[in-house]
Design a binder for this molecule. Structure first.
Ligand code: F6R
Length: 259
């Protein structure tokens, strides 16, 4: 696992966007796994800027989002579908038919899970998976549990996740109780994984994920077993790390460590 410690959110976002843009140059047909939430917003903003300046061409790329709330449709402002178009896709030259999203209104959510897994396989799997992390260590909507879920599945959202995500809903009572999420198995099959975290509220989850034992109670800890993963963290999110030495200096990122 490689760690990049950035001094702040802006630098974290720039680092992440630069890596994505580099992947696109190397492989224009990149299959990109995407997350929603507050964490990747700055990265998406940077990618849109790069596209405008002609520095990133997504015309051949394919995307798969990680998750979606059950019961929310594309026009719902709190849906991940809406989020992605509003914050990223509308600003890129990606083809609509190459954008893959889970359907939160699917009549048969289990069939939707199967459809999505097949689509990922048909695309040849994910090349680069971008992840955020929940305060409870979740990745995608794979909540802490007794086992690591393998493929796309229906999730009962934890009270903690619903409370934290209520910030995206005008009416807090509307926060869904269920979601569809790709599984940990699907995430771990990605050729490369990039996890981002920026707030001090994530520090404990980050410490557990990097320095704790690999266990499904901290879903992100499974990334320790991935052959090619990078965590881009702000100093705040990295502040709980005990075994990793890093020091501040004037550069945009402070130290790269392989742990
Ligand atoms: C959303 C997702 C979640 C978020 C996590 C952190 O697609 O995959 O795992 O990454 O809940 O959310 P933020 O970034 O809002 O703190």
């Amino acid at each position: 696992m490689e760690l990049i410690i950035a001094k702040d959110y802006r630098e974290m976002s720039r680092q992440a966007a630069t890596l994505v843009a580099a992947h696109i140059i190397v492989n224009p047909r990149l299959v990109l796994g995407l997350a929603t939430g507050s964490t990747p917003l700055g990265t998406y903003e940077e990618l849109v800027k790069m596209k405008k300046k002609g520095m990133a061409d997504f015309s051949l790329a394919t995307t798969f989002n990680l998750d979606e709330y059950i019961g929310l449709g594309p026009k719902d402002r709190a849906s991940y579908h809406y989020f992605m178009f509003h914050n990223l896709f509308n600003g890129l030259n990606i083809r609509r038919e190459n954008i893959n999203l889970l359907n939160g209104l699917a009549k048969d959510p289990k069939a939707e899970c199967r459809r999505y897994e097949k689509a990922i396989q048909k695309a040849g799997g994910i090349d680069l998976q971008i992840l955020g992390i929940g305060q409870n260590g979740h990745i995608g909507f794979n909540e802490p549990s007794e086992v690591f879920p393998t493929v796309a599945h229906i999730v009962d959202l934890s009270e903690e996740t619903r409370r934290v995500n209520a910030k995206f809903f005008k009416d807090k009572k509307r926060v869904p109780t269920q979601a569809i999420s790709v599984g940990i198995g699907t995430i771990m099959k990605a050729k490369e994984i990039m996890l981002l975290a920026n707030t001090k509220e994530k520090a404990e989850a980050i410490t557990e994920a990097i320095e704790g034992p690999v266990r499904p109670q901290v879903p992100a800890s499974v990334l320790q077993l991935h052959p090619k993963s990078v965590m881009i963290l702000t100093e705040q999110a990295a502040k709980g790390l005990k075994h990793i030495f890093y020091k501040s200096n004037k550069f945009s990122y402070i130290e790269k460590k392989v742990v």
